[in-house]
Design a protein around this ligand. Sequence first.
Ligand code: UDP
Length: 328
Amino acid sequence: MAVLVTGGAGYIGSHTVAELLAKNEEVVIVDNLEQGHREAVLGGKLYVGDIRDKDFLDTVFRENAIDAVIHFAANSLVGESMQNPAKYYHNNVYGTLCLLEKMNEHGVNKIVFSSTAAAYGEPENIPILETDRTLPTNAYGETKLAMENMMKWFDAAHGIKYVSLRYFNAAGAHESGRIGEDHDPETHLVPIILQVALGQRPHISVFGEDYATPDGTCIRDYIHVSDLADAHILAVKKLLRGGESRIYNLGNGIGFSVKEVIEIARQVTGHPIPAVVEARRAGDPAVLVASSERTREELGWRPKRDRLERIIASAWAWHQSRPTGYEA
Ligand code: UDP
C-alpha cells in the first residue's frame, strides 16, 4: 500500500513513518518543516510544502498513487492555541479542509487522523470513553474536534472513510535512538523534565498544585510514541479492508500526576530534577485518562511499551544522545 503521511517529519509522524518503513510499505511524506525535521524522515519520498497550498497537494496526489492518508500536519500546543487561536483555525481547520478537498478530487477516500484527548475537555467520567461528551477547554482541542467533524460530513457526502485517533499524552522515542522528540519551543512535560536532568534548565515548573487530584497536580495518561504509531497502521489496514469511519482513544488507561512523572524521571535518570510550583496553565483539564477498550477490541491494538519507566527511559536515551535535538 502507498500511504501519504502529512506532518511526517514531526514527532509522531516520523515515528509512524519509521514503523511503515519497517513493514516495507511505500511512504510519501508531506511536511512544511515548520515544526518537522528533515533528519527525522528515515525514508520514503519527502515533499516539502504546506497542505494549505492546493497546487502543491495536486502535485503530490498526481505523482503518487496514494491508497490512504495519515494526517498529522497541525499545530498542537494548548498554551499557544489560547494566545493565538487564529493560527490554529488556519493551520489545522483550513489545512484539513484543503486536504479533504484534494483527496476527494483525486479519488483518495481513506484517512487516519491524529486527534486528541483535548477534544473531550473536562471529562465527565474517568476513564474517558469515545462516546463521552466533547466540550474542549482550549482552542487546540476545539480545532481538532472541528477537523473530526469535517471528516464526518465528507464521509456522509463523499464517502471518505476516516479513523480518528484521540491520543492522550505521547512521549518516548524510537528504540533505534535515531528519532525522538524535538520541539522548538519545547512545552511538553517529559522532554522539559529531561532538559532539567541534562542541566539545560534550572528546574521544572509545575503548572498548578491546586487541582482536585490526590497531590494537586494534573493527571495524564502517557503513551509511547511507537505504540501510537502502531495504532495508525492498524487503522489504515482496517480502512483498506473496508472498515467504516470510527473514533478511537489511544492511551494506556493509567494516569500519572505531574509530580509522579517527575519522580519517575528522577529514578530513571539518577538526577535530582528540582521542581518549582507555579500558576496553572490556561486550558488544562485536571485529569485525562483513556479507556482504550474499543481500540483494543476493534483494531486489535496492544500497547507494547506501556510502563512509564520504559517510556521515559527511551526518551532519556534520545535526549542524552542528541542533547540539542536534530541538526539545525
Ligand atoms: N506541565 C507542567 N510543566 C511543564 C509542562 C507541562 O506542569 O513545564 C503539565 C501540564 O500543565 C499538563 C501536563 O504537564 O498538566 C502535561 O502537559 P503537556 O504539555 O506535556 O501535554 P498536554 O497535556 O498539554 O497535551
